[in-house]
Design a protein around this ligand. Structure first.
Ligand SMILES: NC(=O)c1ccc[n+]([C@@H]2O[C@H](COP(=O)([O-])OP(=O)(O)OC[C@H]3O[C@@H](n4cnc5c(N)ncnc54)[C@H](OP(=O)(O)O)[C@@H]3O)[C@@H](O)[C@H]2O)c1
Length: 349
């Protein structure tokens, strides 16, 4: 491979060294080696040609997810071949279409689950991968709902069994995945207890319909969740893990279900005796792996989520924004638990 060329998930990319001024160029953030988020580089590369069936979008906002940090650091279960370009979900404006394109036109504001390369100012995609965005979503909301809401949707509709009137404890309820879990569970008629470490995060969960909150910095989660649920806690949605996990498991009522979603606080060891006792169930939730094997089904649930959003039944949070060139700072702030809700990167190059 030439030093100025790279294959990124099968897409040949020519970096800017010595490129002719007539060639269309775009800017993007590049990971050259898995490791520190501080090593992200802004590079210029040739914009891919807008071939048959394709559209070019100017990216207006790109969602940032905890998974992006894990992937860049090489700590995620999927290790992307380097160099790679992070950023999986964007909102953009269509600026060019191939002559045979029928589903999009110049000027459309669209959502695109790009998979990779969202930390860029432009993207070229097949028209089947851009979706008109509901008018009631801002660019930031549109760029940050997908991973969080589809994980919750998959968990509640494909993995656990929820019944209207159930009571659910959501851990990390002021973070991306947790807050989407609160919103979706409430929309399904579930009573939600939201656990979070800061007033701002707890308030966000209350705004999304939680009926009670737990301050994880001062309260005993097991005791308080049992009290708030009148000893009838049916479900736990856990994107945090760590020390909170066992407390949450032990708060469950007989027959309760525990959804294992993420490990930002560390991978917990759940005591098997507390799973056996009173017939509890622990279910794994791996939306990413399921989505990779069930892309048609995933497209359907994406459209269902978008439909519920456009009807005002689901309410993605307005994200905190950072200039895209400050992606490393945004990733640090997310890892340091400073973000309430979601983060969007806005191209500034
Ligand atoms: N299973 C799946 O299919 C799936 C899909 C997407 C994401 N995930 C996983 O879900 C997890 C959460 O992702 P997210 O996007 O919601 O992240 P996020 O927005 O950063 O929220 C995570 C929350 O976890 C809490 N937390 C507790 N200990 C923490 C620590 N040591 N470091 C950072 N946060 C800590 C924080 O809330 P408090 O400050 O209130 O404690 C934070 O708000 C990640 O592990 C991600 O990989 C799983």
């Amino acid at each position: 491979m030439c030093s100025d060329d790279a294959y990124m998930y099968g897409t040949r990319v020519t970096l800017a060294t010595g490129a002719s001024s007539t060639v269309a160029m775009m800017k993007t953030l590049l990971v050259e080696a898995l490791g520190s988020v501080d090593d992200l580089k802004i590079v210029e590369m040739e914009t891919p040609k807008v071939g048959a069936g394709h559209v070019k979008i100017e990216i207006l906002a790109c969602g940032l997810n905890y998974v992006d940090a894990l992937m860049i650091e090489g700590k995620y279960q999927i290790k992307p071949p380097v160099p790679y370009r992070p950023g999986s979900e964007v909102v953009g404006r269509v600026v060019e279409v191939a002559s045979d394109v029928t589903r999009a036109k110049v000027g459309d504001r669209v959502f695109a689950p790009v998979g990779i390369g969202g930390f860029s100012n432009e993207a070229v995609l097949h028209e089947s991968r851009v979706i008109p965005i509901p008018a009631n979503l801002t660019d930031g909301q549109g760029a940050t709902f997908m991973q969080s809401y589809l994980t919750a949707w998959f968990a509640f509709n494909f993995r656990a069994s929820l019944v209207k009137g159930d009571t659910m404890l959501v851990l990390g309820a002021g973070g991306g995945v947790g807050l989407a879990g609160v919103d979706l569970a409430v929309s399904m008629g579930v009573r939600v207890i939201a656990a979070a470490s800061s007033e701002e995060k707890r308030q966000l969960a209350l705004n999304h319909g939680a009926f009670a909150v737990i301050d994880t910095t001062t309260e005993d989660v097991k005791v308080r969740a049992r009290e708030l649920a009148d000893n009838q806690l049916d479900l736990v949605y856990d994107p945090v893990g760590g020390e909170l996990a066992e407390q949450a498991l032990r708060a469950l009522a007989p027959g309760g279900q525990y959804m294992v979603v993420g490990f930002v606080g560390g991978i917990p060891r759940l005591p098997a005796n507390h799973i056996l006792l009173t017939n509890r169930t622990v279910v794994g939730v791996d939306w990413g792996a399921w989505m990779a094997r069930n892309q048609l089904e995933n497209s359907k649930i994406l459209m269902e989520v978008l439909d519920e959003i456009s009807q005002g039944k689901l309410h993605p949070v307005e994200p905190v924004t950072y200039p895209m060139s400050s992606a490393a700072q945004a990733l640090h702030d997310m890892q340091d638990r400073k973000i309430a809700g979601k983060v969007a990167l806005i191209p500034d190059f």
